[in-house]
Write a protein that binds this ligand. Structure first.
Ligand code: MG
Length: 266
């Protein structure tokens, strides 16, 4: 099931506003032919449909959730480590992106004037569904609500200058996430394709992750409690590169859909 959050135009029974809902229609279709069916309240737990339904083209998608935190992992594909000249860390290398970096499908990535080199990083994103603290890898996937596409946008010059990641990866709009969350999916071998202006830049499979999704959740949950709605970015494959104002970057993940964001100067 695909869970989206969106701004809708209202109906006979509901004023215009924001709702969660399910996306219905053929897998692989992006907008044409898809509809959203609104639910009452929050999508965790049993869904209660309101009966309101709109064409996807008549709503504006938002980031599917507003996470309390975004936990990301670096250097988690061998070919990406090679292109960056980095060794693979022995333990998972994790870092945080602020909740304020999160934007949704169609929202603009805003390039701040303090950086001259911003890279895209297409990644599989994991949304936590139930609190996870000290979980084992065996139990980890039970805490997952679903999966989405994400872009771990990075000011590469600031990352190199600072020697840590907070500024480089923390700018507002540097965590596009969506277009929705697919709740029924096996994350272990999904194709990930990132395009800039339609040109393929990254083409890999999640089976190439050094630390798989379950291992990441177990490792992170030994450090901090993962809360419902929290977002995990699982690492980017080879092929990262710069984006500039005027570009459009999309991250397509098999079984989920395509996250597309224009790039503008802030
Ligand atoms: Mg990354």
């Amino acid at each position: 099931m695909r869970i989206a959050r969106f701004v809708h135009p209202g109906s006979a029974s509901a004023p215009a506003g924001v709702a969660w809902g399910t996306v219905e229609g053929p897998a692989g279709a992006e907008v044409d032919g898809l509809t959203v069916a609104a639910i009452a309240g929050h999508p965790f737990g049993a869904l209660e449909f309101t009966g309101d339904r709109w064409a996807l083209s008549d709503v504006r998608l938002l980031s599917p959730f507003l996470p309390s935190k975004v936990v990301a992992i670096g250097r988690n594909y061998a070919a990406h480590n090679a292109e960056m000249g980095n060794d693979a860390p022995t333990a998972p290398l994790i870092f945080l992106k602020p909740s304020t970096s999160v934007i949704g499908d169609g929202d603009s990535i805003r390039l701040p004037p303090s950086t001259a080199h911003v890279d895209f990083e297409g990644e599989l994103a994991v949304v936590i569904g139930t609190p996870a603290r000290n979980v084992t890898a065996q139990d980890a996937l039970r805490h997952v609500f679903g999966y989405a596409a994400a872009n771990d946008v990075t000011a590469r010059d600031q990352q190199r200058e600072d020697g840590q990641f907070t500024r480089a990866k923390g700018h507002d709009s540097f965590c596009p996430f969506g277009p929705w969350v697919e709740t029924v999916l096996d994350p272990r071998d999904l194709r990930l394709v990132t395009r800039v202006n339609g040109e393929v830049k990254q083409d890999a499979r999640t089976s190439q992750l050094i630390h798989d999704v379950a291992t990441q959740i177990a490792f992170m949950s030994a450090v901090m409690t993962l809360l419902p709605g929290d977002l995990i970015l699982t690492g980017t494959p080879a092929g990262v590169g710069p984006i500039v104002a005027g570009d459009t970057v999309s991250v397509e993940i098999e079984g989920i859909g395509t996250l597309t964001n224009p790039v503008v100067a802030a």
